[in-house]
Design a protein around this ligand. Structure first.
Ligand SMILES: Nc1ncnc2c1ncn2[C@@H]1O[C@H](COP(=O)(O)OP(=O)(O)OP(=O)(O)O)[C@@H](O)[C@H]1O
Length: 304
């Protein structure tokens, strides 16, 4: 179980991770989602003890990483699929890493098999594709059998078969009882991998919960095309509905069903040209959530 509490990282006074709190549960895959530059990698590095937080703390099974007797056996990370010696052979590299981690080197061939790299055991790392390096990075992270596994964009460079394999592996690891945290900037990827999702933008939490809850928003989004979208938008807002996207003569509306929107339009005497439940709501919801979020300073400056 992972608990991130008020985690903050500032560089020259500017927050790249800003008072971030969330948790990830053992036995489940938690997706860590946010656009490029949102602060995912910085957060992951702080969780793994590779970057010192400016404020806040990270608890793994109730204790900070360095308060565990063997921190390396508590959390492991897949951070950069490219960070290997290019001239070394795959199996030699993994055996060496096992030795350095104090793990029996016999685990190396077994793990190569688990990540589907056994046929490339004698290949030099420099000849591997990005997807194969990701598999090797996963094998390295699994050496210590730590109960918390964090993977930063592990799907990068994987083809559809590789994605399917990764999904299976993450699921198996969660079923073994591990806490699995996986980052991505792509919602579609997360939908395939994750049980729970944590969404951040500008270093701040914008949503978290079971992926099904984010998906459930789909039913509440309605796409409406009408004669006067600006006026209808204002009327809908006045009734407490949200304009998730404004595309000129078409609005994507949250917080009310098609019937409510139709009635508000009728009262405003605005002709409706199209009114449908939105099928792509989840993607739009994610984009809207992350676009709405502003860095704290900007948000505070905009406050009346
Ligand atoms: N050492 C550093 N000094 C200053 N700013 C940094 C440093 N490291 C990262 N940042 C900034 O922190 C912000 C968050 O970066 P981070 O890599 O965590 O984002 P990310 O969500 O992982 O995005 P991506 O998917 O693009 O890697 C970025 O604006 C980045 O420029």
């Amino acid at each position: 179980m992972l608990a991130v509490e008020g985690l903050t990282k500032r560089y020259r006074g500017e927050a790249v991770v800003d008072d971030l709190s969330f948790s990830a549960t053992a036995g489940r895959v938690t997706g860590f989602l946010g656009p490029n530059g949102a602060g995912k990698t910085q957060t992951i590095k702080m969780i793994l003890g590779l970057v010192q937080p400016t404020a806040g703390r990270v608890l793994i099974d109730g204790r900070e990483l360095l308060d565990h007797a063997r921190p390396g056996a508590v959390a492991s990370g897949v951070l950069d699929g490219g960070a290997f010696h290019p001239g070394r052979r795959v199996l030699d590299e993994l055996s060496l890493q096992a030795f350095a981690a104090g793990v029996c080197p016999d685990r190396a061939p077994e793990l190569l098999d688990r990540v589907g790299l056994a046929p490339a055991a004698r290949a030099r790392i420099g000849t591997l594709s990005l997807g194969m390096r990701q598999r090797l990075a996963l094998a390295r992270a699994l050496l210590s059998d730590a109960p918390l596994l964090i993977a930063d964009e592990p799907a990068n460079g994987l083809d559809p078969a590789g994605m399917h394999w990764l999904r299976q592996l993450l699921r198996e690891l969660a079923e073994e009882g591990k806490t699995v945290l996986v980052s991505s900037h792509l919602l579609a990827e997360m939908e395939r991998f994750a049980d729970d999702v944590v969404v951040i933008a500008h270093g701040r939490l914008v949503a978290d919960g079971p992926i099904g809850e984010l998906r459930a928003v789909r039913e509440r989004l309605v796409r409406v095309r009408c004669a006067n979208a600006r006026v209808l938008g204002a009327r809908l807002r006045a009734r407490g509905l949200t304009i998730v996207a404004d595309e000129g003569d078409e609005l994507v509306v949250g917080g009310g069903d098609a019937r409510t929107i139709g009635e508000i339009a009728l009262l405003a005497q605005i002709a409706i040209h199209r009114l449908v439940e939105d099928e792509d709501g989840l993607e739009e919801r994610y984009l809207a959530l992350t676009a709405e979020a502003q860095p704290r300073d900007a948000a505070e400056a905009g406050r009346p």
